[in-house]
Ligand binder design. Structure first.
Ligand code: KG4
Ligand code: ZN
Length: 344
């Protein structure tokens, strides 16, 4: 669990948003003052609960969100030293994600908002990721190119301003994080494997095995990671005694090469001076290092959220929610339904 805490008392004119995230296997609650002042940020990861199954079991996830969410809300408000009466807005993820887990979070958010008599704002989880960097770099606003890399998505999005999203490329099969998790599983790493696979790769040689760079030279900005994942699996079958570190390093080098080449080219082609990277895979140090180097070489300003805000959290949901409410004037009715396949 991760917590941030402010020592100062809440100013009279503060606008307080409670963010709630439960779209997959993280139960998360954040308290945000105004647009970018994080008062509390709690994330309870269910990873250990799902690890024995090798992936997220939706029913198990729903039940655990139901157990943890009420406790987490109380704890977040205590941590933020903010009484519930000071809350002005409840922002909650309503899609995309797993239906049961979304239902738990959204139902709680509705009851909480109605009980307090404050507005409800449903947030698109993907838009939330694109707001995460704003909490540490409030001036890194659009226009920018967004690279969204998570367990469920890999996409390049032109963001002329917040609230307007033009998808210019996405994965035609597996998401980058999904490929990392599946290859990780083959290497004996529990789900989610990304961070541990990167640690393993540090002891390996990234040029040991020439895995393909799928779609790297192809026109357009789509990605494909399923073939690469299969190439690694075939290699492991043929070479059961290969050094796991070399396999991890060579595979990760391929993923990083493709993500970096496509996103820098997309940013240049669309004449954007800024690239914002978001989602769980944005926590990957190798990807961050590589993008920083490549972006600098092309005069591109690159931003990542701090590592704790790359993976799923409610701070980004609160940040997107308060923007939509206060800047774009949106509010949702209590009839808002979860939308598991919501797109940007
Ligand atoms: O954004 P996220 O928490 O959940 C989704 O919305 O999917 O992303 C989770 C993904 C997982 O595939 C996980 O393996 C990957 O992010 N991940 C990482 C790292 N930390 C998490 N991948 C590479 N390096 C990391 N340090
Ligand atoms: Zn996510």
């Amino acid at each position: 669990m991760h917590a941030a805490r402010e020592e100062e008392t809440l100013p009279e004119d503060a606008f307080v948003t409670v963010g709630i995230e439960s779209s997959c296997d993280e139960t998360a609650v954040a308290v945000l003052r105004d647009e970018d002042h994080l008062l509390a940020n709690l994330v309870f990861s269910q990873a250990e609960i799902h690890a024995p199954f090798g992936g997220v079991v939706p029913e198990v996830a729903s039940r655990d969100h139901l157990r943890k969410l009420p406790l987490l809300v109380v704890e977040a408000l205590t941590c933020a030293r903010t009484p519930a009466e000071r809350v002005n807005l409840v922002a909650c993820t309503y899609g995309p994600g797993l239906l049961g887990p979304l239902l738990v979070g959204l139902s709680y958010a509705k009851g909480f908002a109605a009980g307090l008599g404050v507005p409800l704002l449903g947030v698109n989880h993907l838009e939330g990721h694109l707001f995460a960097h704003r909490l540490s770099a409030p001036d890194a606003d659009p226009p920018f190119m967004g690279l969204l890399v998570s367990g469920g998505h890999t996409a390049l999005v032109v963001v002329p301003e917040y609230g307007q999203y033009q998808l210019i490329g996405s994965t035609v099969d597996d998401a980058a994080g999904e490929a990392l998790d599946k290859v990780g599983k083959q290497l004996g790493i529990p789900y989610p494997a990304g961070a541990e696979l990167e640690r393993l790769s540090e002891g390996g040689d990234p040029s040991a095995i020439p895995f393909p760079r799928p779609m790297a030279g192809a026109p357009g900005f789509d990605f494909s990671f399923a073939g690469l994942k299969t190439a690694v699996m075939v290699y492991l079958r043929k070479h059961p005694h290969a050094r796991r570190e070399d396999v991890a390093a060579s595979f990760l080098a391929s993923v990083v090469d493709v993500l970096a080449a496509k996103s820098i080219e997309a940013t240049r082609r669309h004449r954007l001076g800024r690239l914002v990277v978001a989602g769980g895979v944005a926590a990957c140090r190798k990807l961050r290092r590589r993008l920083r180097e490549d972006a600098a070489g092309h005069g591109i300003d690159v931003h990542f959220p701090p590592q704790s805000l790359c993976t799923d959290n409610a701070a980004m949901i609160a940040a997107a929610g308060v923007y939509r409410h206060r800047v774009l004037g949106e509010t949702h009715p209590l009839t808002l339904a979860p939308s598991p396949r919501l797109s940007l």
